[in-house]
Write a protein that binds this ligand. Structure first.
Ligand SMILES: [Zn+2]
Length: 311
């Protein structure tokens, strides 16, 4: 099943039908995302409605380096954090820690905080992040195509999960810690040669390396962020559909489960919850309500660019 993506120009022209299709396509995923983090039903609906309003307001400055889904989830994440912050400052309690992969408030806001030392690196990190996303994606794709799922999981555990070598080799039944180091060494070597093609002068990477070498550098965080925000290894919705239908072969299945359960990918968890619920969903009064408000909003709306930011 190919995942529908909207025509950005139609959205920018405030095309009602295109926006309605956006809501039909994505609201289940957004509700699932928010549902994992906010208990209160009314608050959840408000947040999701707000996400669509925010998407309408920000679409004029949509950055095509991201997919539309990333754009929408970026807004959703910000709105969810805002809501949790407001609730916790009113003493209503933040999201609770649970075994279900729901992060606490601290975890949610941790990478939103910008320590003062990072600000001067901001530009560099942004550009570096784009390059990193592209490189990592390329590496993930070729590794997936080779069927090297253990290698893929090891690297994701290190780069995305921030696992240490000594925890990683046990999880994947490798011989010892040095096997992990070997996989990492080869992956970095390959990434460097991929980087060479995109940044032949090496100027960006050189600067990144300088920054990384400085004490208190936050570069490592940006690899982790590149992996998450860039959805570097997120399997297409098609794979998730096959997993739920029970006809995904063992090897990719092992990977998709690892990504969902151990890496706790928030995009894929939301996709998964939405797909699982799709069968049970019949009439949907909430979708009707959301769409009615959005139509009204589109009618009354004057587009103000620069209002929505990507993460
Ligand atoms: Zn994912």
């Amino acid at each position: 099943m190919a995942d529908w993506t909207p025509d950005i120009e139609l959205l920018q022209a405030s095309d009602n039908e295109e926006w309605m299709q956006v809501e039909r396509t994505y609201y289940g995923r957004l509700m699932a995302y928010v549902g994992r983090r906010i208990d209160d039903r009314q608050a959840r609906e408000d947040v999701v409605q707000d996400v669509f309003f925010g998407a309408v307001r920000g679409i004029a400055s949509f950055d095509s380096i991201y997919t539309f889904e990333q754009y929408l989830f970026g807004i959703c994440r910000n709105r969810t954090i805002d809501n949790l912050r407001r609730r916790s400052s009113r003493g209503l309690g933040a999201a609770q820690e649970s075994g279900d992969g729901m992060p606490g408030l601290d975890e949610l806001i941790a990478d939103e905080v910008t320590p003062s030392g990072v600000i001067s690196e901001r530009d560099l990190v942004d550009r570096g992040q784009d390059l990193l996303v592209a490189l990592l994606k390329e590496w993930v794709q070729e590794t997936w195509q080779l069927g090297e799922f253990t290698r893929l999981m090891v690297i994701e555990a290190l780069f995305h999960g921030g696992w240490r070598n000594r925890d990683t080799w046990k999880r994947f039944d490798l011989k010892d810690e040095s096997a992990v180091a070997g996989i990492k060494f080869r992956a970095l070597k390959r990434l460097r040669s991929l980087a060479n093609r995109r940044d032949p002068a090496g100027s960006l990477l050189l600067k990144l390396a300088e920054v990384a070498g400085e004490a208190g550098s936050h570069l490592e965080l940006s690899v982790m962020q590149a992996w998450r925000v860039g959805k570097v290894s997120c399997p297409a919705r098609y794979w998730m559909t096959r997993m739920i239908a029970g006809n995904l072969p063992d090897e990719p299945l092992r990977y998709v489960q690892f990504h969902l359960v151990e890496m706790k990918c928030e995009f894929c968890q939301a996709n998964h919850d939405d797909l699982v619920r799709a069968d049970e969903k019949g009439e949907d009064p909430l979708l009707d309500r959301l769409q009615a408000s959005t139509v009204q909003f589109l009618r009354s709306h004057v587009i103000r660019p620069e209002e929505e930011r990507m993460e």
